[in-house]
Design a protein around this ligand. Structure first.
Ligand SMILES: Nc1nc2c(c(=O)[nH]1)N[C@H]1C(S)=C(S)[C@@H](COP(=O)(O)O)O[C@H]1N2
Ligand SMILES: [Mo]
Length: 417
């Protein structure tokens, strides 16, 4: 009986298993019996890497659009293989971004993977014994939940061009390449420990199972061992209470809080642990600050600075009279937000916004501010200060790839009579 086999594999929390199977049914469209059989057969055969049970394969191969979930232009900006969240949709939402509304950043296309055949290989000079971890292995381990942001390092890149006159190369995001979710998973350090991670390890290289990017190979981005062993760095299995959706890394992704989104590798399949520094295109020719004003070693993109967004269309139109503007501010380095100010006159006078609701670390803080508006054209500006005292500046130093635009954004607003 499949459930007994699952138990033998160490999955003994019945409720959690039930919930999981039910959601697998919804994800795959298969009936319960088939899901159970496939799930169990994959586990029972200890499926070798690459082995995909036939039925599941059929179910998953039916169609492979670049992005699986619906992303209508009313909810997202369509930017090539990526989808940017429209900030106005957050006005009616709670603290977290629902999975349906979460931005998608894909280097290629969302792969359809089968959790029963999935393996995470951990290997390299930095571990005493290479191990192969299954989905059931992770399910059987104690999980934790963390409410954290994932934000693309290129978020707000378009403002290098529109506000500073020097466009950076890459996807021209406004402020919607960020989302906050409740991530549930197993701390990475616990899994690395099983492989006997050495004191002499310096870097890890997590790799994605999505298609290779041109001739650069699979998406992979080195991470210093200290950040890899941070208690909040997780191997994520669930997002906002649901099984991780295909577009966000199913079956397993990394969560690296506070760092550029590239570090949070989706569809993770391997982790090299090394006693010598590791390199890939994602920490050499990309995700570094290139530009005349940076030193000769062009620092790598790591921790996010402080940013803010209004929950309004870009540009926005409002009625004259009293408006309650809402928005959110966040910081990777300062972790929390201390203060938010808003200016309606181009940055001459600033009014304190009222913050409200929860403040998770390395996620965002919600705020609102009243504006008694006369008809006309405005640029509304928001400036946040984080718990380290770091405030959003009026402009930031240019880098050719347009990372980390954290200056105050001028939000165009027309107030109608
Ligand atoms: N395997 C893999 N992991 C990946 C990516 C990718 O294309 N492939 N994109 C990265 C980038 S650049 C970002 S910003 C985040 C986006 O996560 P999301 O699509 O779940 O919002 O995933 C990161 N992890
Ligand atoms: Mo990104």
């Amino acid at each position: 009986m499949a459930q007994d086999q699952l138990k033998d594999e160490g999955v003994y929390d019945r409720d959690r298993l039930e919930r999981h199977l039910w959601q697998l049914q919804r994800t795959t469209g298969l009936d319960r019996r088939k899901v159970l059989r496939l799930f169990a057969s994959g586990l029972a055969t200890g499926a070798a890497a690459g082995y995909v049970p036939g039925l599941m394969q059929q179910a998953l191969a039916q169609s492979s659009p670049p992005i699986v979930k619906p992303t209508p232009p009313s909810l997202f900006y369509i930017l090539g293989t990526n989808r940017e969240m429209r900030w106005e949709v957050m006005r009616d939402q709670d603290y977290t971004v629902p999975n349906e509304l979460f931005f998608v950043r894909n280097h290629t296309v969302t792969p359809r993977l089968d959790a029963t055949a999935w393996r995470l290989q951990i290997y390299g000079s930095g571990v005493r014994r290479p191990i192969s971890v299954s989905y059931a292995d992770l399910l059987a381990m104690e999980s934790v939940t963390r409410t954290r942001a994932i934000e693309c390092a290129g978020n707000a890149r378009s403002f290098f061009g529109t506000q500073q006159g020097t466009p950076g190369s890459g996807t021209q995001w406004k402020l919607g390449a960020i989302g906050v979710a409740e991530w549930e998973g197993v701390p990475l350090w616990k899994v690395l420990q099983k492989a006997g991670v050495k004191d002499t390890a310096v870097d890890i290289m997590p790799q994605g199972l999505d298609d290779p990017v041109g001739n650069q190979g699979n998406v992979r981005r080195p991470l210093p061992i200290e950040k890899a062993l941070d208690k909040d760095t997780l191997l994520v299995l669930r997002m906002n209470g649901e099984i991780l959706p295909p577009d966000h890394g199913y079956p397993v992704r990394l969560l690296v809080p506070g760092w550029g989104g590239i570090s949070s590798i989706k569809w993770i399949g391997g982790i090299e642990v090394s006693e010598t520094p590791l390199f890939s295109p994602w920490n050499t020719t990309q995700y570094r600050f290139f530009g005349a004003e940076y030193g000769p070693d062009f620092p790598p993109v790591t921790v996010h600075k402080v940013k803010s967004a209004l929950e309004l269309p870009f540009p926005a139109t409002l009625p004259a009279g009293r408006n309650l503007l809402t928005g959110r501010s966040w910081s990777g380095s300062g972790k929390k937000i201390r203060q938010v100010e808003v200016s309606f006159d181009g940055g001459y006078r600033w009014k304190r916004a009222s913050t409200y609701g929860p403040q998770h670390e390395q996620a965002w803080r919600r705020w609102s501010v009243e504006w008694d508006a006369l008809p006309g054209h405005y640029t509304v500006k928001v400036r946040a200060t984080d718990s380290d005292g770091l405030s959003q500046p009026d402009s930031v130093t240019f880098n050719t790839q347009g990372y980390s635009f954290w200056a105050v954004v001028s939000h165009p607003v027309t107030v109608n009579a």
